[in-house]
Design a protein around this ligand. Structure first.
Ligand SMILES: Nc1ncnc2c1ncn2[C@@H]1O[C@H](COP(=O)(O)OP(=O)(O)OP(=O)(O)O)[C@@H](O)[C@H]1O
Ligand SMILES: [Mg+2]
Length: 241
C-alpha cells in the first residue's frame, strides 16, 4: 500500500535520513521506533512530501507519487496525524470532522475512496469511536488528550486514506490513556487502512504493530516482526530497555 525506497532527507547541508526503505501493507501496522532525534518525524514528513530536501521513491497503492506535492499525495490516500493531535479548538468535534472531509479530492467528496472502497462519514467515525459521537457538540479545545487523539484520527479518516502516518500519538499522555490509544490504533487497523506509527513508546507500539523497524541516527538498522522485536537485542540496544 505504501512503499518507500531510498528516501534521503536533508535540512540544508545537514543529512538527517539515509536510504530509508519501508513497506506498509493494507490492514497492517509498521512501528518505526527510535530515540529522540533519530529521524522519525523527518521520515514521516519526507514521505508526506512536506520537505523540500527529500529525495527518493514513494509509491501509494502502486502509483509513484515521488514527484507529487503534499496535497496530491494526500488526495491519493496518504493521511497524517501529527504529534500533539492538532485540531481547531474553537470548533466542535463535528465541525472539525466536516472541515477535514471538505479537504479531500473532489468537491463532493466521492472521487476518492478509502482502502475498502467506501467513503468515510462523520457517522462512520462515531461508529468506530462511540466516545466521539457522545462529544460531537463539544468544543474540541475541551477534549482530554486521549479524546483529542481520537478526533485527530477521525479527521485523518475523513480524507479516505489508504495509509495513515501517525507521529507519537502517546506523547505526553498518562499511562491509562496510552492504553486506550493502543485500542484505538487496533480498531483503526481493522478498517483495512495501513498504518505507519512513529513511536518511542515501544510497549504500546509493539503490542499493536505487525512489524517493527528500528531507527538510529537516520538509518533503519533492523526490521522484524513485532512479536520478535519485544525480546530483541536491538530493542535493548536502541531504546535502552
Ligand atoms: N527543521 C529542521 N532543521 C534542521 N534540523 C532539523 C529540523 N528538524 C529536525 N532536525 C534535526 O533532525 C534530526 C531528526 O529529528 P526528528 O525530529 O526527525 O527526530 P525524531 O526521531 O522525530 O525525534 P523525537 O522522538 O524527539 O520526536 C534531529 O537531529 C533534529 O535536530
Ligand atoms: Mg518526532
Amino acid at each position: 500500500m505504501l512503499k518507500v525506497a531510498g528516501l534521503n532527507v536533508r535540512y540544508g547541508k545537514s543529512h538527517v535520513v539515509f536510504d530509508l526503505d519501508l513497506t506498509v501493507e493494507s490492514g497492517q501496522m509498521l512501528a518505526l521506533l527510535g530515540r529522540n532525534g533519530a529521524g522519525k518525524t523527518t521520515s514521516l514528513m519526507g514521505i508526506l512530501g512536506l520537505l523540500p530536501g527529500a529525495q527518493g521513491r514513494v509509491a501509494i497503492d502502486g502509483a509513484d507519487v515521488s514527484r507529487w506535492p503534499a496535497h496530491r499525495r494526500a488526495q491519493s490516500g496518504l493521511a497524517y496525524v501529527p504529534s500533539g493531535a492538532r485540531c481547531f479548538p474553537n470548533l466542535t468535534v463535528a465541525e472539525n470532522l466536516e472541515i477535514a472531509a471538505r479537504r479531500r479530492a473532489g468537491s463532493n467528496g466521492s472521487s476518492s475512496t478509502s482502502s475498502r472502497g467506501t467513503s468515510w462519514t462523520k457517522e462512520r467515525v462515531y461508529e468506530l469511536f462511540p466516545k466521539l459521537g457522545e462529544l460531537q457538540a463539544n468544543m474540541a479545545g475541551g477534549l482530554s488528550g486521549g479524546e483529542r487523539q481520537m478526533l485527530a484520527v477521525g479527521r485523518a479518516l475523513m480524507s479516505n486514506p489508504k495509509v495513515i502516518l501517525m507521529d507519537e500519538p502517546t506523547e505526553g499522555l498518562a499511562p491509562v490513556i496510552v492504553q486506550s490509544i493502543g485500542r484505538l490504533v487496533l480498531e483503526l487497523k481493522q478498517t483495512g487502512v495501513g498504518i505507519l506509527l512513529a513511536e518511542q513508546n515501544h510497549q504500546m507500539a509493539l503490542k499493536v504493530a505487525d512489524r517493527a523497524a528500528f531507527m538510529e541516527k537516520g538509518r533503519i538498522v533492523d526490521e522484524m516482526p513485532a512479536a520478535r522485536a519485544i525480546n530483541s537485542e536491538v530493542l535493548h540496544r536502541i531504546l535502552g530497555v
